[in-house]
Design a protein around this ligand. Structure first.
Ligand SMILES: [Zn+2]
Ligand SMILES: [Zn+2]
Length: 117
C-alpha cells in the first residue's frame, strides 16, 4: 500500500480524541524500515501507531490471518478478505483495513485488543 491510498482510506475514520474526521497524515520518514509509522490527526495532531508491514505482522499473528479470512464483506456479503494495514487509535482497540477478495471493495473492522492480551 502506498501512503496516498492509506491516507485516503483513513479519511473514513473518526479521530478518537477530537471526534472529527478531518483525516490523518503520515509523515514519510525514510528512517523507518519496519513499516511502523505514525498517523497524525489533521484536526488536533493526535498521533496513533499505524502498521503497514502486514506481511511481517501476519507471520507472527496466525489468529489475525484466520479472523480476516472469516470476515464478511459488507458490500457483497461474501466471506474473505486481505488485510491492507491496521491502526491503533487507542490502547483499547485496533482498526483493521481490509479489501474484499471477491468484489475488491474496502471496509474496516474494529477489534478489541484485550482479546490478544
Ligand atoms: Zn483529532
Ligand atoms: Zn465484497
Amino acid at each position: 500500500m502506498d501512503f496516498d491510498s492509506v491516507e485516503q482510506r483513513l479519511q473514513d475514520m473518526t479521530c478518537p480524541v477530537c471526534k472529527n474526521s478531518a483525516g490523518f497524515v503520515i509523515p514519510r520518514d525514510p528512517r523507518i524500515t519496519d513499516g511502523e509509522y505514525k498517523a497524525f490527526c489533521k484536526g488536533c495532531r493526535y498521533s496513533m501507531p499505524i502498521h503497514m508491514d502486514i506481511e511481517n505482522y501476519l507471520r507472527n499473528q496466525p489468529d489475525v490471518t484466520f479472523w480476516v479470512k472469516g470476515m464478511r464483506c459488507p458490500h457483497c456479503l461474501k466471506t474473505g478478505g486481505t488485510l491492507d494495514f491496521w491502526v491503533q487509535p487507542s490502547v483499547r482497540y485496533a482498526l483493521y483495513f481490509i479489501t474484499c477478495t471477491s468484489c475488491r471493495q474496502t471496509f474496516s473492522e474494529t477489534s478489541a485488543l484485550e482479546a490478544y492480551e
